[in-house]
Write a protein that binds this ligand. Structure first.
Ligand SMILES: Cc1cc2nc3c(=O)[nH]c(=O)nc-3n(C[C@H](O)[C@H](O)[C@H](O)COP(=O)(O)OP(=O)(O)OC[C@H]3O[C@@H](n4cnc5c(N)ncnc54)[C@H](O)[C@@H]3O)c2cc1C
Length: 381
C-alpha cells in the first residue's frame, strides 16, 4: 500500500491545472451566465489525450489508469465543474460502455474518434418515469428484419445536444424486466434520433443536459452494444466506473471551493485581524481539509481496484456517496467563510455551491448509493 503520487501523476496534475487555469478559468462565469457549451475546449482536451484517458493507446486512448483519470476530472472541475461533467459523461459512461461491452468492430469504429475528442459521446439511461428506478425504462426497441426500430424519450442526458454518438438503453423484452433491456449506439444524423429540450439548470450551466428522442429510429443490427437484453446489467457495471468520475467531479469542485476559502480567510480582516486567525474559521478549514482527504482516499482506492480489474460496486458507491456529500458541506462552508461576498458572483464560491449539488443526485442519488452499499454489506456479512 502506498499513498504517494508517482512523478507522472504529479506532472499530469500540473499540466491539467495549467490548461484549466489558462484556457477555462477566464471564461467560467461568462459560460455559466450564458449557458455556453465549451465545444472548443472539448476539442483541445481531445488533442491533449484527456478525452480518452482510460483507453488503450492502440485505440487512440492515453493508456492511463483510473487514478490519472480522476486527477484529470478533479483538475478540470477545480476550475469548472461543467467541463468536468462533460468529460466524465463522455469518457466513463458513453465511451466506456462501448469499450467494455461493444464488439471489436464497434471499439475500432468508435473509440479512436471518441478518445481524440473528434466525436463527443453521451449516455442515456434516465427517463422521465425511470430515474432511480432505471429498470422501469419505457423506450422500446422492436426488431424489424435485421434492424431495430426505437421509440421513446430519454431525459437528463449530459452532452445530448452536442453528442455525435449516444449509447441509449431500450426495452427489448418487456416481460424479462431488468434482463429485457438492451444498449444501442445511435450516431448523430440517424433519421428519427435527435436531442429535445435542453434544461435550464441551477448549476453546471455550461454543460448541456436534456432529452434524447427516438421516433421510429431505425438502427442496424450492428448498433446493438453488448449482449441482447443485458444492457441494463451492463449499465450497472459501467456506473461502477462512472461513480469514480462523479466522486472526482465532487472532489475537484470541493478543492476549488476550499482553495478560494483558504485564500480569502487570510486576506479578509475583521476586528483588526485576518479572519483565518479566528479559531472558528480555522475549525471550518480543518473540517473541509479532512473531508477532502478522506474523499480522495476513498476514491483512489476504488480507482486503483478498477485498474486491477476488480468489481468495485461497494467501493465506488462509498466514494461517490462520501465525496459528493462532503463536497456539498465544503462548498457551503466556503460560502460561509466569504460572508456576504460568498453570495456575490464576483467570487467563485457561489458557483461551486450551485454546481456541486448535482454530485449527490447524478449517477444515483445519495439515497440510492446507501441502498447499493447496504446490499453489498448485507451480502458479505
Ligand atoms: C445535471 C444532470 C445530469 C445528468 N446526466 C445524466 C446522463 O448523462 N445520463 C443519464 O442517464 N442520466 C443523467 N442524469 C439523471 C440522474 O442520474 C437522475 O436524475 C438520478 O438518477 C435521479 O433520478 P430522478 O431525477 O428521476 O429522481 P427520483 O428517482 O424521482 O428520485 C426522487 C427522490 O426520491 C428518492 N428515491 C427514489 N427511490 C428511492 C428508494 N428506493 N429509496 C429511497 N429513496 C428513493 C431519490 O433519492 C430522490 O431523493 C442527470 C441528471 C442531472 C440533474
Amino acid at each position: 500500500m502506498t499513498f504517494d503520487y508517482t512523478a507522472d501523476q504529479v506532472q499530469l496534475r500540473k499540466a491539467v491545472r495549467e490548461f484549466a487555469e489558462g484556457e477555462i478559468a477566464p471564461h467560467v462565469m461568462e459560460w455559466d451566465e450564458a449557458q455556453t457549451f465549451p465545444l472548443e475546449v472539448v476539442r483541445k482536451l481531445g488533442k491533449l489525450g484527456y478525452m480518452g484517458a482510460i483507453f488503450p493507446e492502440e485505440l487512440g486512448g492515453a493508456g492511463l489508469g483510473y487514478i490519472e483519470y480522476a486527477i484529470i476530472i478533479e483538475e478540470l472541475s477545480r476550475v469548472d465543474g461543467s467541463v468536468g461533467i462533460i468529460v466524465a459523461a463522455h469518457t466513463s459512461l458513453c465511451s466506456n460502455h462501448v469499450y467494455k461491452m461493444g464488439s471489436d468492430e464497434q471499439r475500432r469504429k468508435y473509440i479512436p474518434k471518441l478518445a481524440s475528442g473528434e466525436w463527443l459521446g453521451c449516455w442515456s439511461l434516465t427517463e422521465p418515469e425511470a430515474g432511480s428506478d432505471a429498470a422501469g425504462t419505457r423506450t422500446k426497441a422492436v426488431r424489424d428484419g435485421d434492424d431495430w426500430v426505437l421509440n421513446g424519450a430519454k431525459t437528463f442526458t449530459t452532452n445530448a445536444h452536442y453528442a455525435d454518438v449516444c449509447v441509449a438503453m431500450a426495452v427489448t423484452d418487456r416481460a424479462a424486466a431488468q434482463h429485457g433491456i438492451s444498449a444501442f449506439i445511435a450516431d448523430r444524423g440517424t433519421p428519427g434520433f435527435r436531442a429535445g429540450k435542453k434544461e435550464n439548470k441551477l448549476g453546471l450551466r455550461a454543460s448541456a443536459t436534456g432529452e434524447v428522442i427516438f421516433e421510429n429510429c431505425r438502427l442496424g443490427a450492428g448498433q446493438l452494444c453488448g449482449k441482447l437484453n443485458e444492457g441494463f446489467v451492463d449499465s450497472l457495471k459501467v456506473l461502477d466506473g462512472g461513480r469514480v468520475s462523479i466522486a472526482a467531479l465532487a472532489i475537484g469542485m470541493a478543492q476549488g471551493a476550499y482553495d478560494a476559502a483558504l485564500r480569502y480567510s487570510k486576506l479578509r480582516k475583521q476586528f483588526g485581524r485576518p479572519i483565518s486567525e479566528f479559531q472558528t474559521i480555522q475549525n471550518k478549514l480543518v473540517d473541509m481539509a479532512v473531508d477532502l482527504d478522506a474523499a480522495r482516499l476513498l476514491n483512489y482506492r476504488a480507482g486503483s481496484m478498477l485498474d486491477q480489474g476488480k468489481r468495485v460496486t461497494r467501493e465506488s458507491s462509498m466514494a461517490k456517496l462520501f465525496a459528493s456529500e462532503a463536497a456539498v458541506r465544503i462548498a457551503n462552508e466556503a460560502v460561509q467563510i466569504h460572508g456576504g461576498y460568498g453570495f456575490i458572483k464576483d467570487y467563485p464560491v457561489e458557483k461551486f455551491y450551485r454546481d456541486v449539488k448535482l454530485c449527490t443526485i447524478g449517477e444515483g442519488t445519495s439515497e440510492i448509493q446507501r441502498l447499493v452499499i447496504a446490499r453489498q454489506l448485507l451480502k458479505s456479512g
